[in-house]
Design a protein around this ligand. Structure first.
Ligand code: 5GW
Ligand code: MN
Length: 299
């Protein structure tokens, strides 16, 4: 493996394998910093933000952020999500937001920083919330093909019911990136809520981790492959009249078991404050917004 230096940062093409050299795996002895297949698990203290930002500026990395705000989720969450992202998400790199909504005219007015732009995409509102959630996979694959691939090197896909509270920067970029679910990272695999129904394409008995579908990303090529595969599996399940236990998240977990991510994000990157504050969570970068199911999940 070629060693990272300031001089070769510009010429490194497959940097995702090379940037590992700049990580300090032993700076955190309290938690697991590498997967069994060698991918880094990113925790505070393992990376130098300045080196990462320099690598990605040299490589001219640019990041698409996709987020869906359909129905009541627009008023409830979108402004807070975007406003906080302007303060914490990939600062210093070009960012293009792709906001999917059924009410483009109701979009909040947010002044974006230089090098940060937004595209609004009109989507229909599915009547079942499970479909709103699952059909995101199809919309993301389509927009990567029609737009993102021409403008951005990387894509990150987010739930809207969250708020950035700390750096979520270029250290999170990689070829394919998945997030450890805050409620499961300390539990044994037996406790993971994979889909255990053999009739579903998402069926799996065992796996590596339980990943949270609220945040995933990677190069546009990888995210396109990931979302297309999940969409295919969702449609096959529909034909077979089954639905996976946790919908798109179950399919994403199956895909990531078969196609191991090249980088894993610790739960710092999507923390639920109701869990409390265990000592290994030194920084909270993104928080779950309070659930408003009572208001939002009425038909
Ligand atoms: C509405 C009712 C139940 C479940 C989902 C929705 C819903 C989700 C919606 O009405 N509008 C919408 O835009 N969404 C998008 O799907 C949001 O981006 C949301 O963050 C994402 C996933 O739904 P969540 O956040 O309610 O799912 P969990 O797994 O965080 O509970
Ligand atoms: Mn959510």
């Amino acid at each position: 493996m070629e060693k990272f230096t300031w001089n070769n940062a510009k010429t490194m093409t497959r940097y995702t394998e090379k940037d590992i050299d700049s990580l300090s795996f032993s700076s955190r002895l309290d938690i697991q910093t590498r997967t069994t297949w060698g991918a880094p698990i990113i925790w505070e203290g393992m990376f130098d933000p300045y080196i990462y930002d320099a690598i990605h500026k040299n490589l001219r990395s640019s990041v698409a952020l996709t987020v869906f705000a359909v129905g009541r989720y627009l008023d409830a969450y979108l402004w807070t999500f975007l406003n906080s992202s302007e303060h914490h998400f990939m600062l210093g790199l070009p960012v293009k937001y792709y906001v999917f909504t059924d009410m483009p005219e109701k979009l909040p007015n947010i002044k974006l920083a230089p090098q940060r732009t937004m595209k609004v995409i009109h989507v229909e509102r599915h009547s079942r919330w499970q479909d709103i959630s699952m059909m995101r996979m199809k919309s993301i694959a389509d927009i990567i093909e029609s737009d993102i691939r021409q403008h951005c090197t990387h894509v990150f896909c987010f739930d809207v019911d969250q708020v950035f509270t700390g750096r979520f920067g270029s250290e999170a970029l990689g070829d394919s990136v998945a997030l450890l679910h805050a409620h499961f990272y300390r539990l044994p695999v037996k406790r993971f809520t994979y889909d255990h129904n053999p009739k579903s394409k998402a069926y799996m008995e065992t796996g590596d981790f339980y990943y949270h579908a609220a945040v995933f990303g990677g190069s546009w090529e990888s995210v396109k492959a990931m979302t297309e595969a999940c969409y295919q599996s969702i449609m096959e399940d529909k034909e077979n009249k089954v639905e996976a236990l946790w919908h798109d998240e179950s399919h994403l977990n199956k895909y990531l078991w078969l196609h191991k991510p090249s980088k894993v994000l610790s739960p710092e990157y999507c923390w639920d404050t109701s869990i409390g504050s265990p000592s290994e969570i030194r920084v909270k970068r993104l928080l779950w917004a309070p659930k408003k199911y009572g208001e939002l999940r009425v038909p």
